[in-house]
Design a protein around this ligand. Sequence first.
Ligand code: NAD
Length: 247
Amino acid sequence: MATVLVTGGSRGIGKATAILLARHGYKVVINYLRNKQAADEVVNTIRATGGEALAIKADIADELQVLAMFAEIDNAFGAVTALVNNAGILFQQSTIENLTADRINRVLATNVTGYFLCCREAVKRMAYRHGGEGGSIVNVSSAAARLGSPGEYVDYAASKGAIDTLTTGLSLEVAAQGIRVNCVRPGFIYTDMHATGGEAGRVDRVKFSLPMQRGGQPEEVAQAIVWLLSSKASYVTGSFIDLAGGK
Ligand code: NAD
């Protein structure tokens, strides 16, 4: 049975993805930052339907914590064959004049360095040259990578732009090692990210500016992630799926 790590898997898009992956037969590791109770609830939801799941606390921006998390997965479930790089942060809307160095560094540490570290550890376990059997990685970027989020979150948008470039470069670097690397770019999705980071009610405020006139649900993003990870997408790498209601 394949082992998958979903970073930031205790809520939102990560939670929906973890639950759907379990239904597809994966052993699921739910990484979380602080909320053990929420992570345990996802684990219990999966176990209640006969699936296998485990919650591991780790800050993906911290290299030692990432190393410890992957080692724990090796022991508990066997090496990962799939990775969903999903954990991300967003701060309040701000023009560039008010972006502090601390904020910029925190956004880049999680949204970029964290993704790199998890990709690195996954590749070490998946690549043929390391004795692995190949694998699949999906990076969760954002429509912001294309649109830039001017006057709101250019720091966040730029961090997601880096993830798009990471997806392209890494997909080429590891294609011959049996590893596929793809990306989803959600638009406005109903999750707690907007309330804790950006602006509560944001999806409803902007939804009529979207061609489809509505925000998206985490489960709609999860469907694309699960497909990209699966063997149904066996000839797909370096690709991007936009889940943004047409914008
Ligand atoms: P969310 O805030 O509900 O979930 C993000 C999760 O990541 C949280 O559980 C949080 O605790 C975790 N996290 C944050 N920093 C972490 C760290 N350093 N280490 C480990 N975990 C950490 O938000 P979401 O909307 O579900 O976001 C999931 C992904 O989707 C993010 O990468 C986000 O940028 C992206 N995204 C979301 C939207 C949207 O509209 N909701 C749009 C585009 C992209």
